[in-house]
Write a protein that binds this ligand. Structure first.
Ligand SMILES: [Zn+2]
Ligand SMILES: [Zn+2]
Length: 76
């Protein structure tokens, strides 16, 4: 029983590290390269875009923590 719960805890911590509420992670063909919530690559086949400051400001207004086009951190 003890050994079992130990293995279980390990699995849970792995899941928590990777868990992100953003739906893009669950899509097979996400429309964005980076997750706006955690900044992880969700769709590696989408080309990295060179963004302007205005685009990042607009992204910030939509409360994205990360840019979905270049992965830059917008909110610190
Ligand atoms: Zn994410
Ligand atoms: Zn960007």
């Amino acid at each position: 029983m003890q050994a079992f719960s130990c293995v279980n805890r390990e699995e849970i911590s792995t899941m928590q590290r990777k868990w992100c509420p953003n739906l893009n992670h669950r899509r097979s063909n996400a429309p964005v390269r980076y997750c706006p919530n955690c900044g992880e690559v969700v769709s590696a086949n989408i080309i990295v875009k060179k963004c302007s400051e205005e685009e990042h400001a607009e992204s910030r207004r939509r409360r994205n923590a990360y840019c979905t086009d270049c992965g830059a951190q917008l909110i610190k």
